[in-house]
Design a protein around this ligand. Structure first.
Ligand code: SF4
Length: 408
């Protein structure tokens, strides 16, 4: 099979992995080619709206595993292809030289064994970093179950690494991907976390200590392939951030590719709106000090689709409002729909000079049409009248129900 045919198969097979994004890594150019100092990886958007790097590719789609949700699973009768490490490294460099890409997002199926596959990935990374002196951004997958020494070697060469947990619980994983297990994945995540910390510490003391996965680790979860609730998904996300210090958790709406009694029908739409609400909740947990259990709870285990999770929380907690912007703490301001970290900081610095008035809210970056029902400025409610949560919901929720976003 020639390189072009392999490229067609393996670039297409990589499109279901969404765990890629720029991470602002600062790998300096030390005389070779490429530079990820200020821009990180170059992005593009596929027709289905996902963010991808320009060379997002699998090393191989010839998998020994049989994950039910995956197009590359062993039992599927599809064209198979594998690059040699030299082929993939040369392809990356040729694309780089033509200015098509600035970095590489390298994933792979499990070929022969986790160790064999990981060794092949390391060879690609070595060729790029050492033979071609490529300093661009590289995101590489960790193959769970691979020898920790191999994971370590890859970590010295890649900017970001990710272990895709795919499902939020061990039970779901056992059902859909019986050859994988969460404890093995958590072991790889723990190793990455410890090595990242140790190398950061070493670099504080020794200027020339090597970098290890300087852009941190991430993961991906498939949404909607099992009946797991948003509460389960967000609890797992919270644990991943707290326990393993992940930079990002990516959510991938399940795209039906296989006929299987354990999976949604082939005609089912990918739950893109749900994916969107999960990203919003993830943002609230990382930057707004929300806990998973505040956004969803056993009584409401799934996120609402007609309003965003922050508005939903505010409407469920009328006892918290109104918030007086001239007295509230930073954390209290962050709970107000329409006030973000930037506008909360601006409010706090403005009120050191003079009390914030209703007219100033917009100038400080507050989204007035959302915040007006939840704040007071010097005791004055900007919305002129106090409304109950049901009335606010009628105003802020879209008139017609939000329809499922479409991939096509
Ligand atoms: S390990 Fe599972 S998810 Fe990954 S390529 Fe193989 S079958 Fe697909």
């Amino acid at each position: 099979m020639d390189i072009l045919a392999k490229l067609g198969i393996l670039a297409n097979a990589a499109k279901y992995d969404v765990s890629c994004a720029s991470s602002g890594v600062s790998r300096k150019n030390q005389g070779g080619i490429g530079n990820s100092k200020s821009f990180g990886i170059c992005h593009t958007w596929t027709s289905d709206g996902r963010c991808i790097s320009l060379l997002k590719i699998l090393l191989s789609n010839d998998c020994i595993y049989d994950c039910r949700y995956c197009v590359n699973r062993r039992s599927n009768d599809i064209p198979r292809a594998s690059f040699t490490p030299r082929e993939l490294a040369e392809l990356t460099i040729q694309f780089y030289r033509r200015n098509y890409i600035e970095g590489l997002f390298l994933s792979t199926a499990v070929e022969r064994s986790p160790d064999y596959t990981m060794e092949k990935m390391i060879t690609v990374l070595r060729l790029l970093r050492e033979d071609y002196e490529f300093n661009g951004y590289i995101h590489a997958k960790v193959i769970p179950g691979a020898d920790p020494l191999l994971v370590y070697s890859a970590g010295l060469l890649a900017d970001r690494m990710s272990v895709n947990i795919e499902q939020p619980t061990e039970e779901s994983l056992r059902l859909l991907a019986p050859q994988k297990s969460l404890p093995k994945m958590f072991a790889s995540m723990q190793q990455l976390k410890e090595e990242i910390q140790a190398h950061k510490e070493a670099r504080r003391r020794f200027r020339h200590a090597p970098r290890f996965v300087p852009a941190g680790q991430s993961t991906q979860m498939i949404i909607g392939a099992t009946p797991d609730s948003d509460l389960t998904i967000l609890r797992t996300t919270q644990t991943l951030y707290q326990k393993f210090g992940l930079k990002r958790v990516y959510y991938s709406a399940y795209v039906p590719v296989n006929q299987d009694s354990h999976l949604p029908a082939l005609t089912a739409s990918p739950p893109l709106l749900r994916e969107h609400r999960l990203y919003q909740s993830d943002w609230l947990m990382r930057f707004y000090h929300f806990k998973a259990e505040e956004l969803v709870d056993p009584q409401h285990p799934n996120l609402e689709t007609d309003i965003d999770p922050k508005m939903a929380w505010a409407l469920r907690h009328p006892e918290f409002f109104p918030v007086e912007v001239n007295r509230a703490s930073y954390e209290e301001l962050l709970r107000v729909p329409g006030i973000g970290p930037k506008s909360a900081r601006r409010i706090i610095s403005q009120r050191r000079v003079a009390a914030v008035s209703v007219d100033q809210l917009k100038k400080l970056g507050v989204v007035f049409k959302r915040a007006q029902y939840f704040v007071t400025c010097k005791g004055v409610c900007p919305a002129k009248k106090t409304l109950d949560p049901a009335a606010i919901r009628r105003i802020v929720a879209p008139e017609s129900p939000i329809t499922q976003l479409s991939l096509f």
